[in-house]
Design a protein around this ligand. Structure first.
Ligand SMILES: Nc1ncnc2c1ncn2[C@@H]1O[C@H](COP(=O)(O)OP(=O)(O)OP(=O)(O)O)[C@@H](O)[C@H]1O
Length: 227
């Protein structure tokens, strides 16, 4: 594992407006994720886990504090630059797969590369190689509706990894799966994290799964503590 910093934040705060009042969710989060590291985040419902991932991924604006992704302060970028930086360095996996229903598994996985401007043949070649890594080569021409829940999440993992991002941000990626499939999908993410040296930040409710990451963090009262 190399020691380069992939994502860091300092003094990160987020308050939402609720009925005219500011409700502070994050109250000063300091965090560094190194290259190749897996970090799990647990915390009570409503503690701000998704909020933190959104801020780190530049999907929402912090109230105060700094976020750096691959050495650049993403808050200083325009929306367009942020989008390009995200596409280049980050991959996202959600509780719901968000695969596009009308496209095959292969086309879904190739999509981030096509958006980046890769030629279709090259994009499909790389997508197919990543689908092989998640063990679903025989399903690549299936549409999402023709895949099981676990298979859809594995395709979503392939889509997140196909651009070889520095870090995957995963928000309850196993939350919709039964225990056996949750276990398999979580393990697949950890295996690929090691094989590809892609950092992984994963939010989960499952303490047993969380304990398998290199580092476990908890959000309590708006700040991060080691679990
Ligand atoms: N857009 C919003 N406007 C107002 N309040 C919000 C908004 N988004 C989130 N919140 C509030 O911020 C708090 C943190 O939400 P967040 O989704 O980050 O929690 P979480 O730890 O991911 O929860 P869960 O485990 O239930 O998914 C919650 O109280 C939520 O109601």
């Amino acid at each position: 594992m190399s020691n380069g910093t992939v994502i860091s934040c300092t003094g990160l705060t987020k308050a939402y407006q609720d009925a005219g009042r500011d409700v502070a969710v994050l109250k000063g989060v300091d965090l560094t994720v190194n290259a190749g590291e897996s970090v799990s985040i647990i915390g009570a419902s409503g503690s701000g886990k998704s909020t933190l991932l959104h801020l780190l991924g530049g999907l929402d604006e912090a109230t105060s504090g700094h976020v750096s992704v691959m050495g650049k302060d993403i808050q200083k970028m325009s929306a367009l630059q942020q989008g390009q930086w995200r596409n280049q360095h980050l991959g996202f996996i959600y509780q719901f797969h968000h695969l596009l229903a009308e496209f095959t598994a292969l086309e879904n996985v190739a999509m981030p590369l096509l958006i980046r401007g890769e030629k279709k043949s090259h994009a499909c070649h790389l997508a197919s190689a990543m689908i092989e890594k998640v063990g679903l080569l025989d399903r690549e021409s299936h549409k999402p509706s023709e895949l099981s829940g676990g298979e859809r999440q594995r395709i979503a993992i392939a889509r997140a990894l196909v651009t070889e991002p520095a870090c995957i941000l995963a928000d309850e990626p196993t939350g919709n799966l039964d225990e056996e499939n949750a276990e398999k999908v979580y393990q697949l993410m950890l295996d690929l994290n090691r094989e590809l040296n892609t950092s992984l930040m994963v939010v989960t409710h499952d303490r047993k799964l969380a304990a398998r990451a290199h580092r476990q963090l908890t959000i309590v009262n708006g700040v991060i503590t080691a679990a």
